[in-house]
Structure formats: C-alpha cells, structure tokens
Write a protein that binds this ligand. Sequence first.
Ligand SMILES: O=C(O)CCC(=O)C(=O)O
Ligand SMILES: [Fe+2]
Length: 399
Amino acid sequence: MNCVLLAAVAARAGSWTARATLDADTVVDGVMRASASGQLEFVPRSGYGRGVGEWVDRSGEDEGQLFEGKLQLFLYEAREAPDAPTELLLLGVRSPSGELHCCVFAAEGEKLQRGMLVGLLLASPHSSRSLKLRQVRAHAAFPPFEFDEHPPLPPLSWEEHRVGKLESVFYIPEFLTPREEKAIDEQIRASPPELWRQMAGRRVQECGSCMAPSGAGLLLEELPPWMQRVCERLILLGVFPPSMPPNSVALNEYAATEGIAAHADGPVYAPRVAVISLFSPAVFRFYGSQPELEERIEWDPETDTPAHRVEGPPVESLLLRPRSLLLFCGTAFREHCHEVAAVPDGSEVLGDAAPLVNGHLAGACEGERIVRSRRVSLTVRHLLEFLLAPEAYTDSASR
Ligand SMILES: O=C(O)CCC(=O)C(=O)O
Ligand SMILES: [Fe+2]
C-alpha cells in the first residue's frame, strides 16, 4: 500500500520545460522542477536568476491532476536585476501525458490573472543547470555554532521599522541576543588567519565567492557554517526573499577610531543589503541621490571601497547599536552612498553631520555623544550570477 502511495506522489513530481507568458512583454522560458516533497524550482534557459516555491495537490479523492503552486521569480539579464522578485500563484492541470497547463495569477492584491504556463514533461530530472558551491578547507577550523532556541519567529512588522525619507531603509534593534553576539564573537576569534585581509581602515573576511582558476569569472564558495546559519535566519524572517538568497558576506572589523569611506556597494549585487552590527555602536550616514552611481564599478585602492565621490553633505544618519540589523534596498542601495566615518578620538555626536532618523528605535537623541570600541559588521548581500564563470555551474555546457 505504501509503495502505491509513494508511486502516486512521485508521479506528480518531475521536470518540465516550461514557457510562461506573463504579459505582452514577459515570456519566461526554462526548466521547472517539482519535488515529491512539494518544492518547486524554476531555472531560466537564458539569462540569470531562479524561481523557488511550493506546490500542493488539489485533486481530492479522484485520480485527477489538479494542483496549486506558489512561485517567486527573481530573473534578470546581465546588470539588469529588478529590485525585488515577482510573486506568482499557479493553478494547473496535468494531462495524462504529463503536460502542465496553468493559469498564472499575481500573488498580491486582487489575484488578477497574469498569464499562462505550459510545461512539457522531461525524461530526465537533471536536465537543468545548478550552481556549484566550492568547499573551503579553512572552514573546518570553526567550532560548532547554534542560535539560541527561539519560539517560532514572528514575521517582522516592517512598517514599524522603516526610518527616514529614503526608499526602503529599516532598522531593527536587538536582532541578536547578547548570548548570540557572544557566540558569534567566539566564531570570529576562531577564524583561521588566512581568511582575514587587512584593508584601509578595517580588517575584512570576504566570504561566498572567489576568482575561478580560469580567470573567466567568479565561483561561489560555501560560507563559514555560522554565517550560513545567520543567512538562513535572514531568509526565515523575510529579510531576503528565498529566490534572492544571501550568498556573499563581508565581515568588517574596525578599531574604535576606524570606519569605511563613503561608497555604494554597486551593481554586482541585488539592490538589498543587511548590515548586522556587533560589540560597539557607530553612526551610519547616507548621502544624497546620485542616479549615475549604478553604472560605476571601479575600485578605489586608497579606501578599499567602490570608487564613488559624494556630492554635498550626508542627508540622514542612523545610530547602529550592537546586535541591531539595518536593511536598505532599492534606490537607497543603488543611488545613495553610505559611510561609517573614521573618528580620530573614537567618539561622535549624534546628529552632528545629518539628522538622526532612527533615534526612537535606537533609544537615542541628537546631541548625545557615543563612544566607540572594537566594532564588527556583517554585510550580507546577494551576488548576481552574471559575474560567475562557466565552471560555477554543474552543467556548464548548457550556458
Ligand atoms: O560597517 C558598516 O556598517 C558598513 C559596511 C559597508 O558599508 C560595507 O561592507 O559595504
Ligand atoms: Fe557598503
């Protein structure tokens, strides 16, 4: 009996070449995989990105083939990534020969029909390319790491955490517990020396990618296990959508007087960054909008940041307390430079250079002096696939 049931479930799993017409301008074409455990994955035939989601059988008692799915698509061409993925609902039937015919609806609002998806069953479930993760031998040196046991985490109420006038800037105090902060410190202190690089005004571990030996682009690397846990939590809390998962983490360590010069992180990442602060407070400042920043990808060897020159004074400032999370997306990421200024005496006055926009969430007022000590920040981003070498994929022949 069990075998029959299993066979029935497995029959609904499979791989299809799928073509979806979402509207007059948007046709997506690729391979869709449905697993027996209810996962959906979409891999575009050309271009970059992924779709991830879930499906459930809605056939009821009959041997019908009705199913419902949710699919989050983050698809793009080189350097043309959208700010956020598209969320879709699928309602489909499977013909006796295995073909899929789905109506596609917008996931939000009035559930308007967005288009159709037609899928042709593929014989091999492995006929789409996947990303390879290079293992890093030095990671074996890290001690085990676990987050504190939490009750199930409630979804973050983003609007309560939105700050300032720029698009999509959020500040979440006490994102980590003091015990978690201490456990992360133990991981940082156990880091193998070869992972550190001295840069202007800070010591850095750049994790998640490396140059391919062929020089034809980057390879993705495993993150240290503790950073991987942090990234999983960021997905769980909705800080990163699952189709745009964090795959690049910069761990910056600053002495009390050090900082990072004004820069924008650049078009090699999806326009979204989470900054987790540890051990010391610091003031983080945004500069005015410079729409042309998006195009520049040169590196400044003097500041060890992307080479951007700001125009005018900073426009907003935030106090980043230890254990807090700062998230900024969209134009705040693409068009506004940010900095943590170097301060010669290791202290700074809130609001001295630009209005403080998160005082109510950080429990602070303009005019207060804060004293810095050793500070670590985790800068978490999604590196875009257009930078990857052909060897970064399992099936490089198909690219
Ligand atoms: O340390 C910080 O808060 C900011 C770091 C940063 O801007 C970066 O790593 O790009
Ligand atoms: Fe940055």
